[in-house]
Design a protein around this ligand. Structure first.
Ligand code: UN1
Length: 497
């Protein structure tokens, strides 16, 4: 008999509770749609209201806890994540399909982020600067902002929420967290760990449900002062509009159409390895995934032959199997979208060199698997070279030289990640300077950003913020300038000097 699926609850004000409506939704394993992962509350506006008021009430006390003490809780969180890494990685593979090596990496990114936040508790530096007047001191400090709405995607169900929630908490904010509907169980695990680490009640709350109901209620709630979102540019635009009306701060990490340039002098094998990992890692479902392969004409045929040969040999299947290299897509509608783009590519005149079909061998019949897919003869303005597909589809574009390569890579609405393979240091630096993207890798794939560096992109990829690294602490704090006049007389700036 199949195991009964686990029943999950919202976590509001330190208690695990059903949604007020008692309605629920299920989620399923994308590698085997017969397997139900869990049953979750389908929350509504009323549940969000409870969560926001709990977070609002908890804020004055939490902000007064010294930052190093808040950091201590995050150190404990890191330790618990280390202990439960394997258990969470397995749950994640079942819940969203990426292979076990990658889900371990996802949890590791959360661990690294927690330790970073712990350390930041003893920094959170402000500045001091001379005053223009005698006997006067000027300093700046960081203040928390208040209740933060965290809306996270399914492709990094632990790492991305941790990028947002840990800095938010370290800075003294409280949180209402809505995980993606495709990965609610992982979101729940994270909150369980925060509870076990001793986070006070009301400081973190999780509300399960759809973007339309729960997401919108968070965005438009007057007591939510900041929203951090990772997802599509389409949804990001809507979030920015609503936050704009409410004068809320919002940090958006949105789509990508990341390119990898391969120049004639590149190390061929390294460039092929990088392209495979960039394109088909996470089944192409990363905002940093490589979907435009821009190859110089001298190396073109050799490179494409090798790349396709390797793509053909990728082992596809259930990601819990350690030898599998590529798992399924997240769900039926994502597979339909990918397939629709393959049809569009063919109609536009691109040549399908490999893939382009559902992958249904053996036990894969019951999952949302898709073949690694390679198009050549792609024009830089084709839709498959411009629109984010979020699947294992690569568009190869041939170029004559570095200048054309840079022109092609910059011909995009997006600008998250980018990569160049060359052994010529001059060309590498030229590309690093001229590529319009938040991240450029030299001799590395477009994926794999490290948690202690700024992460984000230009153009339609975001709204100028950088989550990750030290820069995320600028998102979750408000600057306060403090002047202390110890002259014991009235001094007037701009007038007395
Ligand atoms: C994402 O897909 O939104 O750089 C994040 C990377 C990962 C994070 C990806 N560390 O590919």
């Amino acid at each position: 008999m199949a195991k009964k699926p686990k029943i999950y609850k919202n976590y509001i004000n330190g208690r695990w509770v059903n949604s007020k409506s008692d309605e629920t939704f299920k989620n399923r394993n994308p590698a085997n749609w017969d397997e139900i992962i869990g049953i979750f509350p389908k929350s509504k506006k009323e549940d969000v209201e409870d969560a926001v008021s709990a977070a609002k009430e908890a804020f004055p006390k939490w902000r007064k806890v010294p930052a190093p003490k808040r950091g201590e809780i995050l150190r404990k969180v890191a330790e618990l994540l280390v202990e439960r890494k394997e258990e969470i990685a397995k749950l994640m593979t079942k819940e969203m399909g990426k292979i076990i090596k990658e889900t371990r990496g996802d949890v590791q990114e959360g661990i690294d982020t927690a330790f970073y936040a712990f350390g930041e508790g003893r920094r959170l530096f402000g500045e001091t600067t001379p005053s223009e007047l005698p006997n006067k001191v000027c300093i700046t400090t960081r203040q928390p902002i208040g209740v933060c709405g965290i809306i996270s995607p399914w492709n990094f169900p632990i790492a991305i929420p941790t990028w947002k929630i840990f800095p938010a908490l370290l800075c003294g904010n409280t949180v209402v967290f809505k995980p993606a509907t495709a990965t609610p169980a992982c979101g729940g695990k994270l909150v369980e760990i925060l509870e076990d680490a001793g986070i006070p009640k009301g400081v973190v709350n999780i509300v399960y449900g759809s973007g339309r109901e729960v997401g919108e209620a968070i965005l438009s709630h007057k007591d939510v002062r900041l929203v951090s979102f990772t997802g599509s540019s389409l949804v990001g635009r809507r979030i920015a509009e609503i936050c704009g009306k409410g004068l809320k701060r919002c940090s958006l990490e949105l789509g990508g159409k990341n390119g990898q340039i391969v120049l004639d002098d590149a190390n061929l094998y390294l460039a092929v390895d990088g392209a495979l990992w960039g394109a088909f890692g996470t089944t192409g479902q990363r905002c940093t995934a490589m979907s435009r392969l821009i190859v110089q004409k001298g190396i073109y045929s050799k490179f494409i032959d090798k790349f396709v040969e390797r793509a053909k040999s990728l082992k596809i299947g259930n990601g819990l199997n350690e030898s599998v290299e590529m798992g399924p897509l997240i769900n039926e509608s994502q597979r339909e979208t990918v397939h629709k783009y393959v049809e569009i590519g063919k109609k536009e005149g691109a040549r399908l060199l490999y893939g382009g079909k559902f992958y249904e061998k053996g036990s894969c019949k019951k999952g949302w698997f898709y073949e690694p897919t390679v198009f050549v003869d792609v024009g830089p303005n084709f839709r498959i070279a411009q629109e984010e597909i979020f699947g294992p589809v690569v568009s190869v574009i041939e170029v004559k030289d570095i200048d054309e390569a840079i022109e092609v890579i910059n011909n995009s609405f997006y600008g998250l990640s980018s990569s160049i393979y060359t052994q010529n240091v001059n060309l590498a630096f030229k590309a690093a300077e001229q590529i319009e993207a938040g991240i450029t890798y030299v001799n590395g794939p477009t994926i794999g950003a490290e948690c202690h560096l700024p992460f984000g992109g230009v153009k339609d990829t975001g709204n100028g913020h950088r989550e990750g690294g030290w820069t995320v602490y600028d998102i979750f704090t408000e600057w306060k300038t403090v002047y202390v006049d110890y002259s014991a007389k009235l001094q007037k700036a701009q007038i007395d000097t």
